[in-house]
Design a protein around this ligand. Structure first.
Ligand SMILES: [Zn+2]
Length: 217
């Protein structure tokens, strides 16, 4: 079993057994981060298969609408300072990247499974997006450090991941945890603590699934 140390803030965590799914979670009271125990994760090949089951294409109107709302809420308010962008964890179809290019941005993409070339090396971006990515990360702090390294000064890191219901009893009835590839769960407080650790500033978050961080350097 994982050590009882939060992977975001380093505080001691408590164990939350999930008898329905036969899994173990680790709960952090200080930053709200909940992580799936490493022993309960699926293998990478099964993970990739699961991603390919999604119908995430430009032809899927609901999926496109979700990104249009994300762009309107998280990116357009900062549009005048953004020329270059990286869509980190773009998935098999890179739909968000296509929509951002329609907005006139120059967009690089990266995905460990579907666009694995590390095109961001040696570059910094005005905007980095990570949508439906953080819930899949095994080491979210490490990834956040990497993303911060590639953010331009005052650059924007726009994240989308469904925020968990905070109450452990509600968490154990929450549908989002059923996806076997979801290994970490966040609230705006988690990102606020993460931001403080990395000299980022939490500019804005909604109550559901979006938060916007700014590079304070
Ligand atoms: Zn924590």
């Amino acid at each position: 079993m994982d050590k009882a140390i939060c992977k975001i803030c380093g505080s001691r965590t408590s164990v939350l057994p999930d008898q329905q799914l036969n899994r173990i979670y680790h709960l952090c009271d200080r930053c709200d981060y909940i992580s799936l125990d490493a022993g309960c994760r699926v293998a990478p090949a099964a993970e990739k298969r699961r991603y390919l089951e999604h119908n995430n294409t430009l032809a899927n109107q609901g999926y496109v609408r979700m990104f249009q709302e994300f762009i309107a809420a998280a990116i357009l308010p900062h549009r005048d300072r953004i020329t270059t962008a990286l869509d980190f964890g773009c998935g098999p179809e890179a739909v968000l990247a296509a929509l951002l290019r329609r907005e006139g941005l120059m967009v690089d993409i990266y995905d460990p499974y579907f666009a694995p070339e590390q095109v961001y090396r040696g570059k910094s971006y005005h905007l980095i997006t990570a949508t439906e990515v953080f819930e899949h990360l095994h080491e979210p702090l490490e990834t956040a450090v990497l993303l911060k390294k590639h953010l331009a000064p005052q650059g924007i890191l726009a994240i989308m991941t469904l925020f968990h219901p905070q109450d452990p009893g509600q968490f154990l009835h929450w549908w989002y945890r059923h996806d076997c590839t979801h290994t970490g769960f966040f609230t705006p407080r988690t990102f606020s603590v993460l931001a403080q650790k990395l000299s980022l500033r939490l500019l804005w978050a909604n109550e559901k699934n979006i938060c916007v961080l700014e590079n304070a350097c």
